[in-house]
Design a protein around this ligand. Sequence first.
Ligand SMILES: Cc1ncc(COP(=O)(O)O)c(C=O)c1O
Length: 438
Amino acid sequence: MSLQGKHTKEWFERANAVLVNGVSSQFRYWGDDDTIVIDHGEGGYLVDMDGKRYLDYQLGFGPIILGHGDPAVSEAVAEAAREGASFAMTQRREVDAAEKVLTALAWPERIRFTNTGTEATMHAIRLARGVTGRDIVLKFEGQYHGVHDYVMYSTASAAYGSLGSRMRPIPVQSSSGIPDEIRTFIRTLPYNDLDAVHALFRGEGHRIAAVIVEPTLGNTFGLLPVAGFLEGLREVTGEYGAALIFDEVKTGFRIAVGGAAEHFGVTPDIGTYAKAMGNGFPVAAIATTGRFVEGWRQGGIAQAGTYSGNGVAAAAAGATVDRLKTGEPLAQVEKVGRDLMEGLEKILADRGVAGKVVGHPSMFSIYLGEGEPTDFRDTAKHDEDLYERLTMRMIEKGVMPCPDAKEPWFVCAAHTDDDVATTLQVFEESLGETVDDQ
Ligand SMILES: Cc1ncc(COP(=O)(O)O)c(C=O)c1O
């Protein structure tokens, strides 16, 4: 059965005639029969071209934190659009938004705006290399930092069997088109394995420019750091003079207003922010402090962007952060997320299905397997096929998490207690049908 109704199918055919596979980002392609075309969003819901409503837990892969079409953000953006977006000069809205972002994050001395998470991590890595004079970057398996060549290794699409041993992991290229030589600049290790990090630093710590880490494993089930992991990264990078980069593109302005740095109480040298900072509008920031601010200030480490700090993006960030600072939106996100996590886990237990709901209430995943994973390799035991069949049934019934369990369920402030009840009912029914079908 196709997820496309009559009009959605016609729109997909139009899309397919002009966009490669009918999409502008490959992750959105679910096959010719199941790629849905959306008309508009409303709070916690999406509406497709047939008027079918979906309770949305993809939320654009994380940016929607207040709800689709939030009135305050929409109004601020519309006003900015009427007054012109890009001036090749610093503008009032950009300064205003930067002040709000800096106050919310608390730890950085300065930020620079950019447009996407990919640009932010690319600039963060260049800044770290430019200041330290070193080339090597350590990243963790299952983490995603955008699509630029320097970080497309051992992401969540890597085949488990291709990663080599835990002691000597093989950085697995996640795309064709990346020169082989780039691999010499990257090291990959299992997330949460501080012993492995120490061993790497003992061997070549003085060649390492940066450790880049999603503080929670936001691209693999939203797994949380084990006690001491982030603190250990802070310590070892400090000892060896490498930069600690927190890639907070998913966690920033979501797991707390000040992101993972606030939530876990560990401060990086450089932080990258995007998604929830702008409630769906393309705005990102690179935040930094100390010698890294100085590195940019002195010049010679290129950072630029025609649209960076544009008025529309800045207005979106300013209005979103204003709302988040009241505390109400994230309190609602956390409550709804917690109720969902508990409810989903109870249904799994009642049904006798091995599994665990893992992550933070604002971005969690359902792991269907024995035990509790702490890194990407552990998730090889997850029953991918069962999860996909289960979530496709849920989507047919109008509740839409991503069918790939590695991508967390995202919660927004527009989700309600009624939405929780609907979701749990649909999950229970769909799980029953899927298990009975086996
Ligand atoms: C942690 C993280 N970093 C960076 C990115 C890249 O952001 P963008 O898609 O805006 O380029 C993503 C995207 O999902 C992400 O999850």
